[in-house]
Design a protein around this ligand. Sequence first.
Ligand code: CIR
Length: 255
Amino acid sequence: YEFRHAVTRKPAASITEGLRAIDTGAPDLVRMQAAHNAYVATLRETGADAVELPPLPAYPDSVFVEDTALCLPQGAVLMRSGAASRAGEVAEMAPTLRRHYSEVRKIKGPGTIEGGDILVTPKEILVGLSDRTNQAGVDELAQLVQDWGYRVRSITVPRGVLHFKTDCSLLDGKTILSTPRLAASGCFDGYKVIHTADGEEAAANAIRFNQFVIMAAGFPDTAKRLRNAGYEVREIDNTECAKLDGGMSCLSLRF
Ligand code: CIR
């Protein structure tokens, strides 16, 4: 969770067309832009450098850059989206990653896998099987990172949850913030788990970025649990991204 770089992309006006499981109304671009600015400023406050790529109107969900790649110390792996409307986002991200990394590998398919389904801990890479990520995608990732020394373990994401990390985040080398419904499967046995508070499942998609845990605003009981556990918590307005099933992790690539 110690990072020097983050890559983000500004939301485009087409964000109103973004994918969503349940339609609760179109996100408001101006409010999303303000939240995005606050998010980038918080990343920078840690001393990291945060790139803001220009909006991509052709890809309404392109603000959710996390899904395009997995960034590891040894290299980056370009993903292959399980959503047809998002397939082109990877090629838009590739040049930026090639500037930072000498080694950029690529999921070629036929499997699909998105960054939102991948949680990297110091001992393994956990990948959620979801509507976007299938076993073939997990298998190809496992092959691609094997010579970098990573063990990959797949996990079934609860029904109705978009991505694995919709429901969990890494807080430090040994500790995971998780919804009770995800942790109930036993997938985090061996880790210390902090549960989101009742009714605050949407707080699970947070990020540990250097000294901060950055989480969505509006989940006071979970925020209190994290502060009581000693974390320095920063809260960012997530109302507009939430309308598109997006959260704190989705908005950046971190390395
Ligand atoms: C999608 O359905 O693909 C977007 N509306 C939300 C993506 C969220 N990304 C993430 O959790 N990593």
